[in-house]
Ligand binder design. Structure first.
Ligand code: PMP
Length: 295
């Protein structure tokens, strides 16, 4: 098999009821996702051929659709079955399944079209969490949060996140921590939730309209942290407060729990991943192990 054939085999997708290879996939020109960013998405990790925390992702997907008044035409059971069909057809054991649901394909006008069926597209790609980043920690920059005021919806509108991440990338950094200029308060990472540890307490932004309620964040708060006996303060804090933290870390489906050891050139703690951060990563991995390897 040539590397090209291998790539198309791995890059498997699904569009409106059909399984496809990405080289044959076509975008509909008047898909509202394409023209307005009028849709939502989810990304779920696959470990050992099993989806981790899929129910939480599907629940958030339903909420995002409700908030945008996009009709719910795919049931959780159906979406789950497509996830597993993609795993099986692609042969991928460790990767990420991405899906997006857009409002419709319809002649371009801003208001909602009548009686249209949303479009579902999905892809699966092989990938592993970046273990080196988890072991060494990453360096981030501070970036002004220029996003809209409904960051709680996992919508396709990601330009603010894209620009923040690109700015970090151009500085040779691994991520951006966003703060709102009007309040001087940190919100979240460019594609992750942000936490600090200070005086033994774990701080993170509350779940309001300014951040995405991350599945990884919820798992830490509801399942890992109570078990380890730590206390969380869900309260926004300033960049200055964060720079004097003992530890900092980001969470997401793809990063899991990744330590942040430098922000804007300032060393966090002693510049190595902190003990509490490491124990949270360990606790998270144990849950993955239980759900995807031992079940
Ligand atoms: N915030 C933003 C802006 C994100 O894009 C993501 C990742 N999709 C997260 C937080 C983390 O969410 P999750 O843990 O569900 O991946």
């Amino acid at each position: 098999m040539t590397s090209n054939q291998e790539a198309s085999f791995m890059e498997y997708g699904f569009f409106n009821g059909e399984f496809i290879t990405l080289d044959t996939a076509k975008v509909q020109l008047e898909d509202r996702g394409y023209q307005f960013g009028d849709g939502i998405y989810e990304a779920t990790r696959v470990y050992n051929g099993k989806c981790f925390a899929l129910e939480r992702h599907l629940a958030r997907c339903r909420r995002s659709l409700r908030e945008l008044r996009i009709p719910i035409t795919y049931m959780d059971e159906e979406l789950t079955a497509i996830h597993y069909d993609l795993i099986q057809k692609s042969g991928i054991q460790n990767g990420v399944i991405y899906f997006q649901i857009t409002r419709a394909t319809a002649p371009r006008t801003h208001y909602f079209p009548d009686q249209v069926i949303p479009n579902l597209s999905m892809t699966i790609r092989e990938s592993e969490p970046n273990r080196k980043w988890q072991e060494d920690g990453i360096a981030c920059m501070l970036a002004e949060d220029i996003r809209w005021l409904r960051c709680d919806i996992k919508s396709l509108n990601l330009l603010g996140n894209v620009l923040a991440k690109q700015a970090a990338h151009e500085k040779g950094l691994q991520g951006a921590i966003q703060f709102r200029k009007d309040t001087d308060l940190i919100t979240e990472g460019s594609s992750s939730n942000f936490f600090i540890v200070k005086d033994g307490l774990i701080w993170t932004h509350p779940t309001d309209n300014l951040i995405l309620k991350g599945v990884t964040r919820s798992i830490l708060l509801e399942e890992v942290i109570p078990q380890l006996g730590y206390t969380v303060v869900e309260k926004a804090f300033t960049p200055e407060f964060a720079l004097s933290a003992a530890e900092a870390f980001v969470t997401s489906t793809s990063l899991e729990v990744t330590p942040v050891v430098n922000i804007d050139g300032h060393t966090i703690g002693n510049g190595t991943p902190g003990k509490i951060t490491q124990s949270l990563l360990q606790g998270y991995r144990e849950l993955v192990q239980k759900e995807c390897y031992n079940a």
